[in-house]
Design a protein around this ligand. Structure first.
Ligand code: GYE
Length: 330
């Protein structure tokens, strides 16, 4: 009996001591929590590069909003190179001043290791613009668009545009391979295209650029002119395709329907000229939401895994388009 009591007593003592020995769970937030302010944030921002109008608006949003809020921004241009972007991430992990890392990921994969190191180093990580394939507990939140939904909406719009046309052959100009924007827009479009018999008869990356959009379309037009629609995953590639179509004697927006994504100023100008038929919006002005989320995380507050952007669809045949265009800020 005495022996049983001793063992029971020992178990109780151990159970009481153990929690005190276990390594403390990483404290949610920064040292200034729960009273962190924007002035306490030093944000290392890993931008993809400077590949077009949407990206310029996104970068502008981060630089201007940082100034307005009084936080310190360290801007890193990854020059659209994944290895450069990963090196920048490591640089910010080593930088003792940086307490928040914001990532616009060039590709969905390859981030788990650096995310784990950032977490161990007590850095808050916010993913913006493009989602990544990594466990959600390795970053505070993702703020960006539902690209698959954009793709599905795009297919619905292309179906309407091709209603009066016999053929349903569509050529796809893809963004940079491996990015969530390119993957998900393509997948979303394919989910809905068969509803009206659309076939993607050609598909190739043009890396979000006007020049490559033109070159790829020119090469295709040398092979055949049997195309009724262009599915350009951003405005710039669509504008490039338009130049190629015109040089081939085809009327963009009439002979060949043009669908793009982003709805930047360049797309509005082209829609008002009746060349782009539809542009599915993708909002680049994400900085206010990203910095707000970073501050909440700094103060140890819980955040949703994803904050999807609110976006619209713009059509050249909309009588209000001129007025809408006047009100655009990017
Ligand atoms: O569509 C394109 C840019 O990630 C949503 O990247 C962004 C895309 C956008 O280069 O224009």
């Amino acid at each position: 009996m005495f022996r049983f009591k001793t063992i029971a007593f020992l178990i109780i003592v151990v159970a009481m001591i153990l929690p005190a020995c276990a390594p403390a769970a990483p404290k949610a937030g920064l040292d200034c929590a729960p009273n962190c302010e924007y002035k306490d944030l030093v944000v290392g921002f890993l931008q993809t590069g400077s590949e077009g109008g949407w990206r310029a608006a996104n970068t502008g949003s981060f630089k201007e909003t940082a100034e307005q809020l009084g936080l310190t921004l360290k801007f890193y241009d990854s020059k659209n190179d994944l290895a450069t972007q990963v090196a920048g991430f490591n640089q910010f992990i080593q930088d003792d001043e940086v307490n928040v890392i914001v990532l616009a990921a060039l590709e969905t994969t390859g981030w788990e290791d650096v995310l784990k190191q950032a977490k161990e180093a007590g850095k808050i990580v916010v993913i913006e613009d493009r989602r990544i394939d990594a466990p959600e507990d390795l970053y505070a939140t993702y703020i960006g668009s539902d690209f698959a939904l954009e793709g599905r909406n795009g297919a619905d719009e292309m179906c309407k545009l091709l209603e009066s046309m016999e053929g349903k052959n569509v050529w796809e100009l893809v963004g940079n391979v491996g990015s969530s924007a390119a993957k998900d827009r393509g997948q979303g479009f394919r989910e809905k295209m068969s509803a009206c018999g659309i076939e993607i008869t050609k598909s190739q990356t043009a890396n979000w650029s006007i020049t490559e959009g033109k070159q790829v379309t020119e090469a295709w037009l040398k092979e055949t002119q049997d195309v009724q629609g262009i599915f350009a995953q951003n405005d710039e590639m669509g504008l490039g395709a338009i130049e190629a179509l015109k040089e081939a004697g085809l009327k963009p927006g009439v002979d060949v329907k043009i669908l793009t994504f982003d709805a930047t100023g360049g797309a509005f100008k082209s829609m008002l000229a009746g060349e782009i038929n539809v542009s599915v919006e993708c909002n680049p002005q994400l900085a206010p939401q990203v910095y707000e989320a970073a501050l909440k995380a700094a103060n140890g507050e819980d955040l949703p895994a994803w904050v999807p952007s609110q976006e619209g669809i713009f059509r050249a045949d909309d009588p209000n388009l001129p007025t809408i265009a006047e009100g655009r800020t990017y």
